[in-house]
Unconditional design. Structure first.
Length: 214
């Protein structure tokens, strides 16, 4: 159990390394005071430009991948490998912990992003093929409705359904994807409120059904 506790803590701490806030401090800005107030890649792109947004996305994806690829199998000094701990469940737990760290970073007043980019990194490391339903559904919903938040929520729901249908025997993966879908919807509750109030921003350049100007 020592290995489980230590690795979950490390995964959480990896998640707290938010690209937007680290790079923002180097630039002398806090993007949580700009745009939507979110510390994720989308708000970084909107407020700081393409290069900044891309670097933020790369950092947030990379830490999700590291938490799943490296951490579960790593023999940490003084900890080693506990044979009583399932590697599959440990992988799922580390994947969820790094996402929680991204959303609630201890170093930044527990005000982080909404977890989307880190989810992509975790999913890619767990099974690269799962990126297909995740990203395809994200693109389709974005094109149809123009809302990034809605596309992100629906993508995690589609991922969870796809895993349950295609890999029902992998209980740890099914549990992880279901938990992520619920968590991502929770982190986007402010987006849901703005959509219901008609105040949510749309990506009008990608929205297929935007009103046409004469």
């Amino acid at each position: 159990m020592l290995e489980l506790g230590v690795k979950l803590l490390i995964a959480y701490l990896l998640g707290t390394l938010l690209g937007s806030l680290i790079l923002g401090r180097l630039r002398g800005v806090d993007i949580r005071s700009m745009g939507s107030g979110n510390a994720g890649a989308t708000n970084a792109l909107r407020t700081q430009g393409k290069l900044f947004g891309f670097l933020v996305l790369a950092i947030d994806v990379a830490k999700g991948m590291a938490a799943v690829w490296w951490l579960p199998s790593a023999a940490l000094p003084g900890i080693g490998i506990d044979l009583n701990v399932s590697r599959e469940w440990l992988t799922a737990a580390c994947g969820f912990a790094v996402i929680v760290g991204h959303v609630y970073p201890v170093w930044f007043g527990f005000r982080g992003g909404k977890g989307a980019a880190t989810v992509i990194g975790v999913v890619a490391a767990m099974d690269f093929r799962l990126l297909l339903p995740l990203l395809l559904s994200w693109i389709v919903v974005l094109l149809l409705f123009g809302y990034v938040g809605l596309a992100t929520m629906m993508a995690t729901v589609v991922l969870a359904v796809a895993v349950v249908l295609l890999r029902p025997s992998n209980l740890s993966l099914c549990t992880f994807c279901a938990a992520v879908a619920v968590f991502v919807i929770f982190t986007h509750r402010s987006n849901i409120a703005r959509m219901r109030a008609g105040k949510e921003n749309r990506v009008r350049r990608l929205w297929l059904f935007r009103p046409r100007t004469v």
